[in-house]
Write a protein that binds this ligand. Structure first.
Ligand code: ACO
Length: 429
């Protein structure tokens, strides 16, 4: 098939630009040679319209509300799979057969204990530290305890081991720190319980009490829904850091920090805080809708809107269902849920939100589930970290295996002062 070409006229000269077509028919202009041929670059603040790579991991179509991991629709994944299997799928490109899954599970299990030096580090953090900062710092510190993985960018066997290690240990780090903050002894990891039940057990272990299987399953679904979302802010951060051949711990730690921001993963904490604020102000959510619409007010409706989904977020629909299951199972009547439902209903009728395609995103209902599970609000974004971890690792691995990969180094258009002479201090006004 002949290469499709687009034409661009610059300063009277016609430039031919190769068109790249993805497997779902998505089109891109390959502008690699644009600067060399014309002296021009493209300017795209926030990378709204820029493809930073080709990728075979996740497909999403924001207009149609489609999300697929390695071709499998998120709805089928959420109904039939489990989080550790999804981690395998994202990282190795296929659903594992039972032998492959057992082998993967064994590998993850082999890292089910933290080095003593790491627990010593966690013990030094003040108990009121934000857990996102703790998890990011401790993940970065793992580099000191696993020097054999520092070459993982270049070594596929070590890459696979590092992936299993992080899948096993990030959840232990999070639970270990949580138990320290509530003055309880750490509870060891039992990976045979399954990823989510093991995590809940490490968090909330009490003699004679067992974690409910349906509740653990609901958390597993939440983790699966968060597992990857192509080139979002944190995944791009992981790729940018990893592109310099920095070690995997540095790349994942950077991804965690990027996720922390309230416009990204930090939104789930902010949603719950917003719902509580509305509740404390008497529950009048309509007032908050007006605030969100007011351009002189910086308030935004947290958990609403998405850079890519401009119709609906398919994950939000599944989460809403899980939210009902968890609240019913735990027999919880949460007035915040009524506020959330009221807000959603009101916003979806309001022209401001409708005309801007602002719908509830993945974070809108997840906080209510986390709250019902007993997860403290400042750990909500850590839950997102646990869910997104396999996606970051898969993005990092894919980049390392791409023969065409280059260090990430965007350009800019300089708008500062032109050349001027240095003025000695005594002559300055
Ligand atoms: N509340 C009120 N107005 C909003 C909201 C909101 N939540 N989101 C967007 N808008 C408005 C903007 O003010 C803007 O209005 P204008 O066209 O009149 O200027 C318009 O909608 C477009 O908004 P942008 O900020 O340009 O959209 P962008 O794609 O850059 O941002 C984002 C997407 C960051 C998610 C935004 O919708 C937002 O801030 N949402 C709240 C935070 C949130 O829930 N983040 C989680 C995202 S999902 C995730 O990361 C997992």
């Amino acid at each position: 098939m002949s290469q499709e070409i687009a034409k661009l006229e610059i300063e009277g000269k016609i430039i031919e630009i190769p068109v790249i077509t993805g497997s779902e028919g998505e089109k891109a202009l390959d502008i690699k040679k644009l600067r060399a041929e014309t002296g021009y670059i493209t300017l795209d603040n926030g990378f709204v319209n820029t493809g930073s790579c080709t990728s075979a991991i996740t497909f999403l179509n924001g207009e149609k509300g489609i999300l697929r991991y390695r071709g499998y629709p998120i709805e089928q994944i959420a109904e039939k799979s489990n989080f550790l299997e999804v981690a395998y799928l994202l990282n190795f490109g296929k659903l594992p057969n039972s032998k492959e899954f057992d082998f993967w599970q064994e590998k993850v299990t082999s890292f089910a204990t933290l080095p003593e030096g790491i627990t010593n580090i966690i013990d030094q953090f003040p108990k009121d530290s934000h857990p996102m900062g703790v998890v990011a710092s401790v993940v970065s510190s793992l580099a000191a305890f696993y020097p054999e993985f520092l070459d993982a960018p270049l070594d596929s066997v070590q890459r696979e081991r590092a992936t299993a290690q992080l899948m096993a240990q990030v959840k232990i780090i999070a639970a270990y720190f949580y138990r320290r903050t509530i003055g309880k002894a750490p509870h060891r990891s039992h990976p045979s319980l399954g990823f989510s039940k093991d995590f809940l057990n490490m968090m909330f272990y009490e003699e004679g009490k067992e974690i409910d299987d349906d509740v653990a399953h609901a958390l597993d679904v939440l983790f699966m829904l968060h597992a990857d979302h192509e080139q979002n802010c944190s995944a791009s951060t992981v790729r940018v850091i990893g592109s310099s051949q920095a070690n995997v711990f540095a790349a994942i730690s950077g991804g965690i920090d990027a996720l922390w921001g309230q416009l990204h993963g930090g939104a789930n904490q902010r949603v719950l805080e917003m719902l509580e604020e509305i509740q404390n102000a008497g529950g009048d959510y309509k007032k908050f809708i007006e605030k969100a619409k007011d351009k002189n007010d910086s308030f935004r409706l947290m958990g609403f809107g998405h850079r890519v989904y401009k119709n609906f977020d398919p994950r939000a629909l599944i989460i809403k269902k899980q939210c009902d299951i968890v609240l019913e199972k735990l027999n919880i009547q949460d007035p915040l849920l009524d506020i959330a439902r009221g807000l959603e209903e009101e916003a979806r009728k309001d022209d401001y939100f409708v005309s801007r395609n602002l719908y509830p995103n993945v974070d809108f209902y997840s906080g209510i589930i986390y709250k019902a599970l007993g997860i403290p609000t400042d750990m909500f974004t850590v839950m997102f970290v646990l869910g997104r971890l396999p996606g970051w690792l898969a993005q990092w691995k894919e980049m390392k295996e791409d023969v065409a990969f280059k260090i990430a180094r965007p350009r800019q258009i300089y708008i500062g002062e032109r050349e001027r002479d240095y003025v000695p201090m005594k002559e300055r006004k």
